[in-house]
Design a protein around this ligand. Structure first.
Ligand SMILES: [Zn+2]
Length: 429
C-alpha cells in the first residue's frame, strides 16, 4: 500500500535528526539510497562536506521527451523539545498525522517523491525523458553545500526541463469553490543598509554633537511608511482571472481585502515592494553619542524588479538627509512561465482529485531552491504539494514551529500527485 509505505518512510526520515545547522544530511541520503536501490534505481551521493551529502537518483528515459526533476531537501530547521507535545524526532503516528520536525517542511514531500519514483521503477516504467529525484542538503541555511553547489559542481546531475519543488499546494476556498495555489515565481530578497551620518560627542553635552541615532530614527520611520500603489504582474493577473475577474487598478485594494484571509495573506505581499527595517548598530558606549549608525532593511521586490528600480522610491521617501544607501545582495526574484505542460498536468490532477477545484498561480514572498534551477538551466520549476486535509493557516503555524505534523491523507495525496506528474510528463514525446 502506497499510503503505508510513504508513512513508514516519513517516520524513518523524521527519526534522523537533520536540523540545520549542522544538518548531517548524509544519514538521510543513505536511508534514501538504501530504499531506492531496493527498487532498482541507481543513486549517486554528492557531498562537498562528508556529513552533508545530496542524493540524486535517475530513472532513465527513452530520450524522447522532457526530463523531470522531483526536488526536495532533507535538512530541517532546529527544534526545541521543550515546546513540543511529542519528541520532535519521534515520527509518532497520532490522530492521523505523522508528527515531528520536518513533517511539513519538507520530509513528507521527500518521502512522497521517493516512494513515487520507487513505485515507477518497480513497475518497469520507462519515461519519455529522464525522471530524477534530488534530495538536497542545506536549503534552510544556505552555506553552499546543497543545490547552489550542485548546479555549479555537478550540473549534469541535476539539469532538468521541469521541476516540482516545495512552496505551494495550499487549498483555500473562494466563493465556495476550492482553489489550489501553485507557486510559479518568487520575490527577490534585496536587503540594503543605510549608513546614517552625524557627529559623535560626549553624551553629557549633547549640544556639541549631531546624534546619528536620532537621525536614524527619523529615517527608519520614513522607510516604514513607504507605500506604493498596488499593481498587477502577470502572475496576479492570471490568479484573478482564474478566480473570475481581473480588477481595475482602482479596485485592486478593495478586491484583495475581500479575499478569504488565507488567500489575502498570500496575495498582499505580491502587490508590490515590501521593506522592513530589521537591524541597527549605533554607539557601543552609554556616554558616547554615535556619529555613525547602520540600519539594515529587509527588502522584497517583485519578480522582474531590480534594486535599481526600487532605489528612487526609497530615496524619495527618505528625502534629503545625511545617509548613504548600500545594497547588500539580490537573491531570487525568478519566475517560470505559466503556460507550460507542467501547469496542464497540475491542473489535470487537481480537477480529477477534487472536481470543481481550480489551480491558480502565486508568487512566493520568500525564495526556495527553485531559483538556482531557473537561473542555471532555465528549468520550469513550480512549488506544488497538494494539501487538502490540513488547513493552510494551521500548516503555516506549524512550519518551523512546535508540533509540526502532516496529515497522512495529505501525504498520500502528495504521493499520488507526484506519480501523476511523472506519468503524465513521462508519457509525452
Ligand atoms: Zn523547505
Amino acid at each position: 500500500m502506497l499510503r503505508d509505505e510513504v508513512t513508514r518512510l516519513l517516520q524513518e526520515l523524521v527519526r534522523l535528526d537533520t536540523a540545520n545547522p549542522p544538518g548531517n544530511e548524509t544519514q538521510a541520503a543513505e536511508l534514501l539510497r538504501g530504499y531506492l536501490e531496493g527498487a532498482g534505481l541507481t543513486c549517486e551521493l554528492y557531498a562537498r562536506e562528508p556529513q552533508r551529502a545530496n542524493l540524486v537518483a535517475r530513472l532513465p528515459g527513452r530520450g524522447e521527451g522532457p526530463s523531470v526533476l522531483l526536488l526536495c531537501h532533507t535538512d530541517t530547521v532546529v527544534a526545541d523539545p521543550e515546546e513540543w507535545s511529542v519528541d520532535p524526532w519521534s515520527g509518532e503516528l497520532r490522530d492521523g498525522c505523522v508528527w515531528g520536525r520536518g513533517a511539513l517542511d519538507m520530509k513528507g514531500h521527500v518521502a512522497a517523491a521517493t516512494v513515487a519514483i520507487a513505485t515507477l521503477a518497480r513497475g518497469g516504467f520507462e519515461p519519455a525523458g529522464d525522471l530524477l529525484i534530488a534530495a538536497t542538503a542545506d536549503e534552510e541555511v544556505g552555506v553552499d553545500v546543497g543545490l547552489s553547489w550542485l548546479v555549479r559542481a555537478h550540473p549534469d546531475a541535476v539539469r532538468a526541463d521541469y521541476c516540482v519543488n516545495e512552496g505551494g499546494g495550499d487549498r483555500v476556498v473562494v466563493d465556495g469553490r476550492p482553489v489550489y495555489l501553485c507557486s510559479t515565481a518568487e520575490k527577490m530578497s534585496a536587503p540594503f543598509k543605510l549608513r546614517v551620518h552625524g557627529r559623535s560627542g560626549h553624551a553629557s553635552t549633547p549640544g556639541i554633537a549631531d546624534n546619528a541615532l536620532v537621525r536614524a530614527a527619523r529615517l527608519i520611520q520614513r522607510v516604514a511608511e513607504i507605500r506604493q500603489p498596488p499593481r498587477l504582474i502577470p502572475e496576479t493577473e492570471a490568479l484573478f482571472s482564474a478566480l473570475g475577474r481581473v480588477p481595475a487598478p482602482s479596485e485592486l485594494e478593495r478586491t484583495v481585502r475581500s479575499l478569504p484571509p488565507e488567500l489575502r495573506a498570500t496575495v498582499e505581499p505580491i502587490l508590490g515592494i515590501a521593506i522592513s527595517p530589521t537591524m541597527i548598530t549605533g554607539s557601543r558606549r552609554t556616554n558616547v553619542i554615535p556619529g555613525l549608525v547602520e540600519v539594515v532593511c529587509d527588502c522584497r521586490l517583485l519578480p522582474g524588479e531590480t534594486p535599481e528600480d526600487a532605489e528612487p522610491i526609497i530615496r524619495a521617501a527618505l528625502g534629503e538627509d545625511s545617509y548613504d544607501l548600500e545594497w547588500i545582495e539580490a537573491v531570487g526574484g525568478t519566475r517560470s512561465p505559466l503556460d507550460t505542460p507542467l501547469w496542464d498536468v497540475i491542473e489535470s490532477f487537481v480537477a480529477a482529485s477534487e472536481p470543481g477545484a481550480r489551480v491558480v498561480p502565486v508568487v512566493s514572498p520568500g525564495f526556495t531552491d527553485s531559483h538556482f534551477l531557473r537561473e542555471a538551466f532555465g528549468t520550469v520549476s513550480y512549488g506544488f504539494f497538494p494539501m487538502r486535509t490540513m488547513s493552510p493557516d494551521l500548516a503555516a503555524r506549524l512550519i518551523h514551529s512546535a508540533d509540526e505534523r502532516i496529515e497522512v491523507d495529505d501525504l498520500e495525496l502528495g504521493t499520488e500527485f507526484l506519480l501523476h506528474v511523472a506519468r503524465a510528463l513521462g508519457s509525452r514525446g
